[in-house]
Design a protein around this ligand. Structure first.
Ligand SMILES: NC(=O)c1ccc[n+]([C@@H]2O[C@H](COP(=O)([O-])OP(=O)(O)OC[C@H]3O[C@@H](n4cnc5c(N)ncnc54)[C@H](O)[C@@H]3O)[C@@H](O)[C@H]2O)c1
Length: 359
């Protein structure tokens, strides 16, 4: 059964949860009629697992398939340029609807492409990783990377809908599941102590790939994201809380040129660094710090990074989009299930936080 949650900011769009891939075509016919043109953008890995099922339901709809190589490096202006050429070959125009089938990389890339091709075309997210189902497909942020920073070129551009088939997770490797778990634990730390306890309680089931439990966890986790982005679409206030762990994590990803630490690993190390900074400020106690680090480790997520020059990492943090008037703005956990925006973090305490997580 399809569960619908409306994300009510912007033009408003529904999350259609528990939908199956082959049902999408029928819904598109109801929404847009039979004469529309669809551009299905995915990557070679996801295409191998899931494109046929989706295309089965689209048989009498004009659908062209674009498959891009797998990997974060494809979130680039170069790929946007290639997509433009391919879309033109398929005679795409402003009425074409982009279907973005894949994880956060395909979602961010295709959404950004949809936002600028001929000044904007409609798109639908079809997220296939835990991270994209509970996080990146919700909230309308789309972007590509630039050598100077991650997600540096992007926009807020809401999809028409998010079509989430939780069964697609059954082909997702554990190491990718972990990336989503880092964001799920982040959601719990930002706004939902019960979710944190749920993950602690069901840690073995989650690691054992009990998809019923994973679905329940996902529904709770995405509810946190929906609530926060609905209240703060343009990231002026509380939406910044969702960046917990990201300032530290992005610094590591940038330093390793997006080829080393994975996104979820960076977030996990970043949460560990932020939690240590919170401990130093007395915002979490030793027991809470241990619970945070233990849950991350239980999910096979790292809480330490390999050796890097801390000053260089601090330098990368200077390019963070959250910073205001030269001050670094960090998100810090307060106990379990609440976090705050700290605009007064000084370089010395950030360097000490790095020291705690660099081995
Ligand atoms: N827009 C946002 O608000 C937002 C939020 C968080 C993260 N992000 C972005 O999301 C990206 C990370 O997303 P991700 O973790 O989904 O990574 P990803 O898109 O690279 O997917 C991870 C890997 O899993 C494979 N894969 C995807 N679905 C699969 C499936 N069902 N079965 C088997 N393999 C599958 C992919 O091919 C890839 O190899 C980063 O670029 C990050 O910046 C964006």
């Amino acid at each position: 059964m399809i569960q619908r949650i409306d994300v009510s900011r912007g033009h408003g769009y529904p999350l259609l949860l528990g939908a199956t891939l082959d049902e999408l075509g029928g819904h598109l016919k109801t929404a847009y009629g039979t004469s529309g043109h669809y551009l299905l953008i995915t990557n070679d890995v996801v295409a191998g697992y899931h494109a046929d099922k989706l295309l089965d339901g689209m048989k009498d709809l004009k659908t062209d398939l674009i498959t891009v190589p797998d990997g974060e490096q494809e979130k680039s202006l170069d790929r946007i340029s290639k997509l433009t050429e391919q879309a033109l070959q398929f005679k795409a125009d402003r009425d074409t609807v982009v279907l973005a089938l894949g994880g956060g990389v395909i979602g961010d890339l295709s959404g950004f492409f949809a936002s600028i091709f001929m000044r904007g075309m409609r798109y639908i997210h079809i997220p296939t990783t835990l991270l994209s189902q509970i996080d990146s497909s919700i909230g309308g942020k789309v972007a590509v990377n630039h050598p100077s920073g991650k997600n540096l070129l992007g926009s807020f551009y809401a999809p028409q809908a998010v079509w989430t088939d939780f069964d697609t997770l059954q082909t997702l490797p554990w190491q990718e599941m972990r990336n989503g778990l880092a964001e799920t634990i982040k959601h719990a730390l930002v706004a939902d102590p019960d979710l944190f306890e749920f993950i602690e309680e069901h840690a073995d089931a989650i690691k054992g790939l009990d998809y019923k439990i994973i679905k329940e966890m996902s529904l709770r986790s995405l509810a946190v994201k929906v609530k926060i982005v609905t209240e703060d679409e343009k990231e002026k206030g509380n939406r910044m809380l969702l960046n917990l762990g990201h300032s530290f994590g992005h610094a590591l990803e940038t330093e390793e040129a997006y080829q080393g630490v994975m996104h979820g690993e960076g977030v996990s190390i970043g949460i560990a660094a932020a939690a240590n900074l919170s401990r130093e400020r007395g915002l979490v106690n030793d027991k809470q710090l241990d619970r945070i680090l233990n849950l991350l480790m239980k999910m096979d997520l790292p809480t330490t990074a390999k050796a890097h020059d801390r000053a260089v990492l601090l330098g990368h943090m200077s390019a963070d989009k959250k910073n205001k008037a030269g001050n670094k703005v960090l998100i810090l956990p307060v106990g379990i299930g609440r976090s705050v925006i700290a605009a007064d973090c000084n370089d010395e305490e950030i360097l000490r936080a790095w020291e705690k997580v660099i081995i």
